[in-house]
Design a protein. Structure first.
Length: 505
């Protein structure tokens, strides 16, 4: 047996379990940090004596940095090696998590969050790539299943952790909890993964492509994060950001498609399987993530839930997702992957349709049941689309394809957040205006309460019902998106037998 072949041998037994745990846990930590600060903004703003609108930059700065760096992962892996990038990113993420936790000013916190996002971004695609290198080829789908579930469950767990930690300890600990995770993952990664380093190729740095990427992605992400706050295109800032993002994107495409050594390998889109897989995954994830954002918001503003209890209500999705993951993975290769994806996506759509009947007086069980049921379909959609996309590219394109796939999914989530919250707010106002127009003046007088108190009660009732109807409308729109995503996947070519993911080795 040659030395090269020995190096490529997958891990076995406890070493495989520990290696898979380190990669999955690292990915979970990074994705968790996308949402963990969302419910902690009021605590952070109060502690640092800044306005809540300024505190939201703690979220935006991380999202922008991560969005910029995720698609660069393939280039970084090609120049430095996937394992080196993964380990350096883990250590850097831990360092800047600590610095975020000890920050005494908003400016310092935002700066360190930017670097935390830059370090965290490569961990997602690198962990995905390395999963396929350490697992035996016949267990590749199971490896993707493990990785996929951390990506699905982490955004839901983020608000739970963030709310619990901020309410019971202090906001600083939402960053400090990363440190033991970093220590474990870095130690296991150093001991188990180093022999799985990918080949390194020294290429010229595409500085123009890198600059254009930073400009258009940064402008787009800031526009999405600040659009609702600035009333979208009534703001000159948002208009300027939109123009910069559009022009920058066009220039980036032209440059990267003609550059000999591009910063991002867009040639992966020549594969119809990859393109369709990414589009289907991003579209489905957008509809899914809209509910992840909207449900806790609805529960807190409309039904009086605390951030922690809103998190508990949404967390039930993780139960069936974890249970069904190995089952979905075992079916990859036995059944047409497009059929599995369609079944999973349509299941998500049908569960979303159940939510369109939500009422203001519903109990906790009514909220939690659709979450529990939705977890059944998640692995089939997520593992299936990842398998379809990565199984369609050449071995040397795996890291780049994984980075682009993660970027597209992250961007879809950001766009879904902005669109869903804006539509929700607009629809609530529209329904409220319609209800007020239909309200009989005698309703105030017949309540038997003092006039000011009666008006306040009815106003609150109208507001609550309007938000509930608006929420149901958004869920109906998400159902339509799921149906479209299920249909799109059939544009991919039929897999020739078992989808080959072992090429990543």
């Amino acid at each position: 047996m040659s030395a090269a072949h020995a190096v490529d041998q997958p891990l076995k037994g406890i070493r495989l379990a520990l290696g898979g745990f380190a990669l999955a846990f690292a990915n979970f930590m990074v994705v968790l940090d996308i949402t963990i600060a969302n419910v902690s903004v009021p605590h952070i703003s109060g502690s640092l004596a800044v306005a809540p609108s300024q505190g939201t930059w703690v979220i935006t700065s991380y999202a922008v940095a991560e969005a910029i760096c995720v698609p660069l992962s393939g280039w970084l892996a090609a120049r430095l090696g996937a394992v080196r990038v993964f380990l350096a990113s883990i250590i850097g993420f831990g360092l800047f998590s600590f610095l975020c936790g000890v920050s005494s000013s908003l400016e310092a916190l935002i700066l360190f969050r930017v670097f935390q996002g830059l370090c965290g971004a490569p961990i997602m695609p690198m962990s995905q790539t390395l999963m396929l290198r350490i697992f035996p080829p016949e267990k590749a789908a199971m490896a993707l299943g493990l990785w996929s579930m951390t990506t699905v469950v982490a955004p839901i767990a983020g608000p739970i952790f963030g709310g619990t930690i901020s309410d019971n300890w202090s906001w600083n600990w939402i960053f400090f909890i990363n440190l033991p995770v970093v220590a474990i993952c870095a130690t296991l990664g150093t001991r188990l993964l180093r022999r799985y380093e990918t080949p390194v190729e020294k290429k010229p740095v595409d500085f123009i492509g890198l600059g254009l990427l930073v400009v258009w992605v940064g402008a787009l992400q800031i526009m999405l994060d600040k659009g609702r706050e600035e009333d979208w295109f009534s703001s000159n800032l948002i208009i300027a950001l939109a123009i910069v993002a559009l022009v920058g994107f066009i220039a980036f495409l032209i440059w990267e498609l003609t550059e000999r050594n591009p910063i991002i390998d867009l040639s992966v889109f020549k594969s119809r399987g990859f393109t369709v897989g990414v589009i289907s995954q991003s579209t489905t994830y957008a509809a899914f993530f809209a509910s992840v954002v909207l449900i806790p918001l609805f529960l807190q503003t409309n039904l009086g839930y605390t951030a922690t209890w809103a998190g508990y209500a949404t967390a039930f999705i993780g139960i069936m997702a974890v249970i069904m993951s190995p089952i979905a993975a075992s079916l990859i290769g036995r059944i047409d992957v497009r059929l599995l994806i369609t079944g999973g996506v349509l299941w998500l759509g049908m569960v979303t349709l159940l939510r369109t009947g939500w009422a203001t007086q519903m109990d906790f069980f009514t909220i939690a049941l659709p979450q529990f049921l939705q977890g059944f379909g998640m692995p089939f959609f997520f593992i299936g689309t990842t398998t379809l996309a990565l199984g369609a590219v050449r071995p040397e394109q795996t890291a780049s394809a994984a980075g682009i796939q993660n970027f597209m999914r992250t961007l879809a989530g950001a766009m879904a957040t902005s669109v869903a919250t804006t539509m929700w707010e607009h629809e609530s106002k529209t329904v409220r205006a319609e209800m007020v127009g239909e309200l009989h003046p005698g309703a105030v007088m017949s309540s038997g309460l003092p006039l000011p108190q009666a008006r306040a009660m009815i106003e609150r009732m109208v507001e609550t019902e309007a938000m509930t109807i608006a929420t149901n409308t958004i869920f109906l729109a998400c159902f339509c998106v799921f149906v479209v995503a299920a249909a799109v996947v059939w544009l991919a070519p039929a897999p020739r037998g078992k989808v080959d993911l072992s090429a990543a080795h």
